[in-house]
Ligand binder design. Structure first.
Ligand code: DX5
Ligand code: ZN
Length: 240
């Protein structure tokens, strides 16, 4: 794949970004090869600091240690992300998503991210995302739209994989779409969390560009088969 990260992603949407939170770290290399084989192009790292949300997960050293040519999608659920951007960029992040709830300077953090070079390949640039917790009014993204390539809505409260999809999410997605429409910019949409075999049929009809899916891929022994199924359902639903 050539071009910037945003250009690469726009060529393959709708697609899934596979959440690593519930992956079996003892066989991670094999798992990554398996999902790549199944057509996955993005892996989603949930970075949590135990302050922004209750869980503590992984940081730049672990993300750097994961050697893959799939795109590294880094979801920063940490306070003051501006202070940490450089270390995640150095770890090879291709997409970095921050939460406006985590800093008073979300705009400046996104502006700063926009000046940074992709460590995998300078020409790729770094795709910028903003993600909202389920309780954050969608209007918060409006002043940030000039500085992002994608808006994610969390369909679960941050902290754990395997939670239930919050039913208010589709209506919030419509609000995000209206704001993007008004901005006149080509900005992608994403949903993160709570997407399962049971609901992907319905969710895929919402026309979302990236679905972040963790436990529905990694729970159980056949992650490649799960990933193939979720990708197929997403693309089927988009055609309806
Ligand atoms: C939740 C994370 C999500 C979650 C997705 O805080 O941001 O990415 O891990 O996992 P599932 O698909 O299991 O809900
Ligand atoms: Zn996430």
């Amino acid at each position: 794949m050539t071009g910037t990260v945003s250009e690469r992603v726009q060529k393959v949407v709708p697609t899934i970004s596979v959440g690593m939170l519930t992956a079996d770290m003892m066989v991670l290399g094999r798992e990554l090869d398996a999902i790549k084989e199944a057509g996955v192009v993005m892996v989603h790292f949930d970075v949590m600091d135990g302050k922004f949300c209750p869980m503590i997960t992984v940081g730049p050293p672990v993300i750097k240690s994961v050697r893959t040519d799939m795109l590294k999608d880094v979801h920063l659920m940490i306070n003051e992300p501006l202070e940490h951007l450089e270390s995640f960029v150095a770890a090879g992040a291709d997409l970095i998503t921050i939460h406006p709830e985590s800093t008073i300077h979300a705009h400046r953090a996104l502006q700063t991210l926009g000046t940074m070079k992709n460590h995998n390949d300078h020409a790729r640039g770094i795709m910028r995302g903003i993600a909202l917790n389920p309780g954050t009014p969608v209007a918060v993204v409006e002043p940030l739209l000039d500085e992002v390539d994608i808006v994610f809505l969390l369909a679960v409260n941050p902290g754990w994989g395997g939670q239930k999809f919050i039913s208010a999410t589709p209506a919030r997605l419509e609000q995000v779409r209206a704001l993007i429409e008004r901005s006149g910019r080509h900005i992608l949409t994403g949903l993160d969390g709570g997407i399962t075999r049971g609901n992907i049929g319905e969710i895929s009809k919402l026309g979302v560009d990236i679905l972040v899916i963790g436990s529905a891929v990694f729970d159980g022994p056949e992650s490649a088969k799960n990933a193939r199924f979720m990708l197929h359902e997403l693309r089927q639903g988009r055609e309806q």
